[in-house]
Design a binder for this molecule. Sequence first.
Ligand SMILES: [Zn+2]
Length: 351
Amino acid sequence: MVQAIYFDGRSTHATRVEAWRDESVLRWRSASDTREWSAPWLAIEPSARVTGVPFTLHLGDGGHLQIDHDALPADWFARHHLVERMVDWLERRWMAALAGIIVVVASLFGLFEYGLPWAADRIATHMPASVENAMGKQSLAALEGRMLMPTTLPPDRQSHLQAVFWRFTNGMPDAPGVRLKFYQAKAIGANAFALPGGTIAFTDELAAALPDDDAFIAVIAHELGHQANRHMLRQVLRSSGVLIVASMLMGDVTSMGGVAAGIPMFLVDSHYSRGFEEDADRFAFDALAGHGIDPEAFVRAMQALERAHPEWKAGQARYASSHPLTAERIARAHAASRRFQAARAPRVASR
Ligand SMILES: [Zn+2]
């Protein structure tokens, strides 16, 4: 009887078991309850024996057993695995070992630099809407009453902005099910953000700072750009670490809670990547122009944001790293505005 760990191949859950050989059958049973399993000996595919690495028995149905290298009975798998012979050969050649280390380091770098964002984006795009909604609700619940307090905007101002929002988003194919919620947020200040599932949280401070409805819509359009590209989900997943992303990629939904908990943290002390901001701005310029609104409104929104955040101008190191773009973004909005004007000019002239 040997101690082993059993993975059934359907979940990432590990079960402690005791395994033994019974003629032509391998049997194993749970160490803590009465469950018992078996597999024909011939269907089992053993891994290579490498010192220090757990020995793995692939069970043919996607499941596997992990046995401590030293605990494996010598007569279980006497045949010499091809990989084992290769490892023997390599172990006698330190140059090959050194090359191996370099390959491992390069692979780890590749995993963090490219593999993790790739996996995060895949998960974000394939996440069921119901799960996304639940994550948005969960993170909003974590923020309400702490950073986000009930709005103090007068009801008629709220209903006016809600009507402007509705006119803009109604029928927009990239914005199904979006909602707008106002909050007083002294800790955050003038800001707006799109949560997974379609809620746009908009602070009273920003609503007060914006000079006109078109500037308000410019902010909304930018947030819809983040929402349509699932930026919040992608960014939080990217920063939530290899283990969570890997287990979600394998279909373990329990790690979702960890991701939802990352959203409030992201809002407090992180920021979108430069590429995400550019994507959201481009989306906003197109959406504004599509509704006959001059993208110049975006410039007024950016300027209002800067006025509401004097610390941005103070050149603090922390600010400089999180908002390097304001001037560039304003320049791009001016350019979008010129394109909008140019596309409009012939129609105006022919009137
Ligand atoms: Zn943004």
